[in-house]
Design a protein around this ligand. Sequence first.
Ligand code: ZN
Length: 231
Amino acid sequence: MTPLRPYRPPCVVGGCTSLARSGFGRMCETHRKRARRYGDPRLRRCLTKAELKPYLREVRRLLRRGNREKVETVLVRLQQRVADVARDELAERRSSMFPGQSWLLNALEEIERVVADVSPGESGVLIAACFLARSRDPHRWPTDRAFTFDLVRAWRKQTDVASASYWCSTRQRAIKTHRELRPATTTAIAEMLVETYKTFVARITRAADYVQQEPVETKTLLAEGLSHIPE
Ligand SMILES: [Zn+2]
């Protein structure tokens, strides 16, 4: 006699033939893990340093054209704003009888740790580069949420505080791994970053698109200007 197995619905992710983890679950184990890690079960991996590199270069090149001192001042202020909000909120919550949800506290603590350790200039460039990557390759991220998970990951990866290390006995050395946050914590950090940097990144993205289109416009102009001359 076969034991009665509890009913498990099929995984909701399109094309997946596995069953959900439990009768209450919506996704199979693999997709649940991906959803937690990447903000969307359809994503298989995060944005890599190598993928971000050309965008970092592009943002740096753009900023060199502008007033570097002023930009640096703006980025210092933006990061300061993030730091102040996190510090004040934490102080208030820690002294309160009702400090609030732990995922929110974790988000504030994580923000405090990261801003204490990263350069405001580099951090601003990185955030702008992530948004530029998204504007150039929008289909890479199926949802806003998926994008913000990569944004937060890249932002945290600027510093070692995002990694945990363990001793690997086979390799006889300490191995660093990415310290995962709870999805709600990631979302809370993302909201704070997006809110603070949105004007800055919008400007950078617009300027970058303008510069990118410039040669095409020049070519069109040239073609029009020279149209009376037979080729
Ligand atoms: Zn699945």
